[in-house]
Design a protein around this ligand. Structure first.
Ligand code: ACM
Length: 263
């Protein structure tokens, strides 16, 4: 099945949820004009990233699915007939989560809470406990968030659970992922759409270069280092289902989990 997927490389404003919703609205409209089926926004797209304190992060959080940003995403998804994945600073009871939601033309679909917290996120957010794959009309969509990338188990778990496209909202600051994501896509034979952000918050300089890679590990398209922009590509989702890397090597069937056990 051929679909058009994109990444919105944006510059959220720290703590300014109204402004960030305007940015999201603008890029969703751009996605619609370019006939996208799926659009990914960065990590914490509703709130910005580098909070000085948990209190500041709390003030910029929203509940899921009642929050205003989720309601906006639902409206845009329906109006534009597009699936959207977006990072959300989520408040649940007295806890905060670095989350991402998937919303479709028929409404809210699900949430993933970041499992592997990076640096000072550990002072603010609780960690998630599970990876999810969501069945949609266009593809089986798995979600990981930013620093999850350094744990190969994240991608592998999503793929073993059936993900055909991994949506990857990010606020990357280390210089590695864009060099390595092709390998991660190849070893799992999966599409990866990384929506990174640009700009500077305090001592963090976000690395841009949002990227879409195919199941052969090839970069299909990549954004600039510093500018807000939309990137997109036409992909054939069925390529993710072919796990043969040679006629006699299938990356699922040739696995030997008992050889990977530590004694
Ligand atoms: C990160 O996980 N935001 C680096």
């Amino acid at each position: 099945m051929n679909i058009r997927v994109g990444a919105a490389q944006i510059r959220p404003i720290l703590g300014d949820l109204d402004r960030n919703r305007e940015i999201i609205r603008k890029f969703a409209e751009l996605g619609y004009k370019n006939e996208l089926d799926l659009l990914v926004f960065p990590e914490l797209a509703n709130s910005g990233y580098n909070f000085k304190s948990r209190e500041d992060a709390w003030r910029a959080s929203e509940t899921i699915p009642e929050g205003r940003t989720i309601k906006l995403l639902e409206k845009l998804s329906q109006e534009y007939s597009i699936y959207v994945v977006s990072g959300i600073n989520e408040r649940h009871e007295d806890k905060l989560y670095n989350s991402a939601v998937l919303v479709g033309p028929n409404g809210f679909i699900g949430t993933y809470r970041k499992v592997h917290l990076f640096m000072n996120e550990k002072d603010i957010f609780e960690r998630g406990r599970e990876f999810f794959v969501f069945e949609t009309k266009i593809a089986r969509i798995g979600i990981m968030i930013c620093f999850d990338w350094i744990f190969p188990e994240a991608t592998r778990t999503l793929v073993l659970k059936g993900a055909e496209i991994i949506c990857h909202p990010a606020n990357l600051v280390l210089p590695y992922w864009q060099k390595l994501c092709g390998l991660r896509a190849l070893e799992n034979r999966v599409y990866i759409v990384t929506a990174n952000r640009v700009g500077i918050e305090g001592n963090l300089n976000f690395t841009g270069r949002s990227i879409i890679v195919d199941p052969k590990g090839e970069i299909i398209t990549e954004a600039s280092r510093t500018h807000e922009e939309l990137i997109y590509a036409d992909i054939d989702v069925t390529l993710s289902r072919d796990k043969n890397i040679t006629p006699r090597n299938n990356i699922f069937e040739d696995r030997l989990p008992e050889a990977y056990v530590l004694f």
